[in-house]
Design a protein around this ligand. Structure first.
Ligand code: AR6
Length: 181
């Protein structure tokens, strides 16, 4: 079957807690460059996964902004955690859009290499890192759809979203993407 805008149909938007509801092969973590944990979704993922995850992260030597690294998942009910380092929002003139796209692309690449067909994402950079969600959402959706088109092993991307504004922004971005806008 030829699919023209295929990957967008493998994207789902959900509300809730990625650490308990993900139902995925891999969870993407909105990490920082140290990969040693922090607040937000990173803190929640490390709390739920337990010390085994932190121990594995300590062996990785950190991660550059725009890149991602993959580990096991400790006690989380998934196979892998993909630690993606999004950019801190500095007003938009510091390469933030490219860096945000890059960490979503790298996450799909790593998921594909690890044979993951369902990947759960948070809204990377949209919390503590301050990226305006209405600007981040179209980048997240467009990049993930494109990367899934190149890596067909990944069949579904599930965005787990906190809060009405975040959910609405992603809904609008997904609608625009499907309409080809
Ligand atoms: N499930 C789904 N989404 C969540 C959850 C959860 N359990 N918890 C928070 N969010 P953030 P960032 C949402 O701040 O902006 C950490 O300290 C949240 O509402 O987790 O990339 C890291 O170590 C927001 O929409 O990540 C870094 O230092 C989104 O997830 C820094 O924060 C991302 O918010 C990374 O900041």
């Amino acid at each position: 079957m030829t699919r023209t805008s295929p990957a967008a149909y493998g994207i789902e938007l959900l509300r809730g807690d990625i650490t308990t509801d993900a139902e995925a092969d891999a969870i993407v973590n909105a990490a920082n460059g140290s990969l040693l944990g922090g607040g937000g979704v990173d803190g929640a993922i490390h709390r739920a996964a337990g010390p085994e995850l932190l121990a594995e992260c300590r062996t990785l030597g950190g991660c550059a902004t725009g890149d991602a690294k993959i580990t096991g998942a400790g006690r989380l009910p998934v196979r892998h955690v993909i630690h993606a380092v999004g950019p801190v929002w500095r007003g938009g003139g510091a390469g933030e859009a490219d860096l945000l796209a890059s960490c979503y692309r790298r996450s799909i690449e790593l998921a594909a290499e690890a044979g993951c067909s369902v990947v759960a994402f948070p809204a990377i950079s949209c919390g503590i890192y301050g990226y305006p969600v209405e600007l981040a959402a179209p980048i997240a959706i467009g990049t993930v759809a494109e990367a899934m088109g190149e890596h067909r092993e990944v069949e579904r991307a599930r965005f787990w979203l906190f809060g009405d504004d975040t959910y609405a922004a992603f809904g609008q971005a997904l609608g625009s993407f499907r309409r080809g806008a």
